[in-house]
Design a protein around this ligand. Structure first.
Ligand SMILES: NC(=O)c1ccc[n+]([C@@H]2O[C@H](COP(=O)([O-])OP(=O)(O)OC[C@H]3O[C@@H](n4cnc5c(N)ncnc54)[C@H](OP(=O)(O)O)[C@@H]3O)[C@@H](O)[C@H]2O)c1
Length: 398
C-alpha cells in the first residue's frame, strides 16, 4: 500500500472520532472493559483516557492556523493489526501545509487529521499486532496521518521500534530517510564530486550534508544566518553560504566555475534557477521540494523554465524528482543504517525544540501551530520537534 493511501486511510480511521468533538470529560476507561476484549488496551494497571486532543484540518488552506483546529475526540481503538501509540514527540514537516491545503489528495475533503510522524509508547494493540509488539514498546512511525494527536492508531507493520522516545530518533523516519535514499538512488555520488544542498541546516538538509560528506564529496550548503552557517560547519559542510549575507549565484560562479555535480534542492523558484545554472557537465539536480511556494495558493513558486531543455542538453545534465513514499522498498535499510550511525556517534541528528522561539520550547499539542510558524520564518536549526506529552509515569524507559 502506498504511503499516500496510508495517509488517507489513517486520516479516515481517526476522523471517525469527530462525533465526540467537544467532549471534555476526563473520564477514564475501566480496566475491565468488554468492548476491548480483543485488544490489549491497558498497561500495568494504568488506564487510557476516553478522550484526547488532536489537530484536525477543517478548511483547506496553506495557512496552517486557518486550516487546522484543535478538537477533543475519543481516543481511537486499534484494529487487529494496529498499535495505539501515546505520542511523546511529533515532527514538523514543511509539507504539513501542503497536507492542510489538500494538495496530497484532492479527493479527500475535510475534516481529516493532521500530522505525518510521531514517536511514543505503545499503550494498546490488536491481537495480530501483539505477535511483534507489546504494550510499553517505544515506536516511531510516519505516513499514517493523525500524528498531531495525543494518541494515534498506527498499523503495526509501519512502525519502527526505537530504543527510547528521544526526539533525535524522530529526525530519521522522514527527514533522514529522504536524504539517505534520494542521494543513494538518484545522486550517483562519487568521491571528490561537489554537492550543493539548499535549506542545508533544516530537517532533511542536515542529513544530505552529512551523507554527501561521508561519500567523500565537497559539500556546499545554503542557509539564512551565521548561526546556521556555524552549525553547517560543525557537521562537516565545506562551504556554508549564508544567502542573507552573500549573493548565492555570484558566489557559486566565482568559487565553483566548473559547476556542481549534484544538487539536493528543497527551495524551488529562483534558488532552483540558480542551481540549474550552476550544474556541471553531467550534473544531477534532485528535486526534493519547493518550499518557497508552499504558502501560496498554488503551492508552486514561479520558475523560468523555457530554456531548461537547452541548459540540460548543453551539459548532459538531468533533473530528477524524489518523493519518499515511492521508495519504501529502501526504507528499512535506510532506517537501520542511520540508527546504527547514530548509535556509533557518526551521525548528528540535530533537533530544534523551539528553545529560542519567542514563546519558548514547543511543549503541548497546540504548540504545533507555533512550530509551523517558526519553520516558515526560517528560524529552525535541525528538525523541528514538538513535545506532546511528558514521559509516561508507567514507563521507566522513557
Ligand atoms: N520529497 C520528499 O519526499 C520530501 C521529504 C521530506 C522533505 N521534503 C522537502 O524538503 C524541504 C525541507 O523540508 P523540512 O521539513 O526538512 O524543512 P526544514 O528544512 O527543516 O525547514 C525549512 C527551511 O527551508 C528554508 N527556506 C528557504 N526558503 C524558504 C521559504 N521561502 N520559506 C520557508 N523556509 C524557507 C529555511 O531555511 P533557511 O532560512 O536557512 O534557508 C527553513 O528553515 C521541503 O521542500 C520539503 O517539502 C521532501
Amino acid at each position: 500500500m502506498s504511503s499516500l493511501r496510508l495517509l488517507r486511510s489513517g486520516a479516515r480511521a481517526i476522523g471517525g472520532a469527530d462525533a465526540l468533538s467537544g467532549v471534555h470529560s476526563a473520564a477514564r476507561r475501566s480496566i475491565i472493559d468488554m468492548s476491548y476484549s480483543a485488544h490489549f488496551m491497558d498497561f500495568k494497571g494504568s488506564s487510557i483516557p476516553s478522550t484526547m486532543r488532536k489537530l484536525v484540518v477543517t478548511t483547506l488552506s496553506p495557512n496552517f492556523r486557518e486550516a487546522v483546529r484543535a478538537q477533543t475526540a475519543a481516543v481511537p481503538t486499534p484494529g487487529d493489526a494496529d498499535l495505539l501509540v501515546r505520542n511523546r514527540f511529533v515532527g514538523i514537516n514543511a509539507s504539513d501545509i501542503n497536507y492542510s491545503s489538500g494538495r496530497y489528495d484532492p479527493s479527500v475533503k475535510p475534516p481529516f487529521d493532521a500530522g505525518f510522524e510521531g514517536i511514543g509508547e505503545v499503550v494498546g494493540l490488536g491481537l495480530s499486532a501483539s505477535s511483534r509488539h507489546t504494550v510499553g514498546d517505544t515506536v516511531a512511525y510516519f505516513g499514517t496521518g493523525g500524528a498531531f494527536a495525543e494518541y494515534t492508531v498506527v498499523p503495526a507493520k509501519e512502525s519502527v521500534p526505537v530504543p527510547a522516545a528521544r526526539p533525535e530518533f524522530l529526525t530519521l523516519p522522514v527527514s533522514g530517510a529522504t536524504a539517505y535514499i534520494a542521494l543513494k538512488r538518484l545522486g550517483e555520488l562519487a568521491k571528490g564530486q561537489t554537492v550543493l544542498v539548499t535549506a542545508a541546516a533544516g530537517g532533511t538538509g542536515q542529513f544530505a550534508v552529512q551523507f554527501a560528506k561521508r561519500a567523500g564529496c565537497h559539500v556546499i550548503g545554503t542557509c539564512s544566518s551565521d548561526e546556521k552557517a556555524g552549525f553547517l560547519k560543525s557537521i562537516g559542510c565545506d562551504r556554508p553560504i549564508n544567502y542573507a549575507a552573500e549573493d548565492l549565484a555570484k558566489t557559486l560562479r566565482k568559487e565553483y566555475p566548473k559547476g556542481v555535480d549534484v544538487v539536493y534542492e528543497s527551495v524551488g523558484g529562483g534558488v532552483m534557477e540558480v542551481a540549474v545554472n550552476s550544474l556541471a557537465n553531467k550534473g544531477r539536480l534532485i528535486v526534493i521540494g519547493f518550499i518557497s511556494g508552499y504558502q501560496s495558493q498554488s503551492g508552486i513558486p514561479p520558475f523560468r523554465g523555457d530554456t531548461l531543455p537547452v541548459k540540460l542538453l548543453q551539459k548532459s545534465a538531468s533533473m530528477r524528482g524524489f518523493f519518499l513514499p515511492h521508495f519504501l522498498s529502501d526504507y528499512g535499510e535506510a532506517l537501520s543504517s542511520m540508527m546504527q550511525m547514530f548509535a556509533e556517534g557518526k551521525l548528528v541528528c540535530e533537533v530544534d525544540r523551539g528553545d529560542l522561539a519567542p514563546e519558548g520550547r514547543f511543549v503541548g499539542l497546540e504548540s504545533v501551530f507555533r512550530a509551523v510558524d517558526y519553520m516558515y520564518a526560517g528560524k529552525n536549526v535541525g528538525k523541528v520537534v514538538v513535545e506532546v506529552a511528558p514521559p509516561s509515569a508507567s514507563s521507566s524507559k522513557l
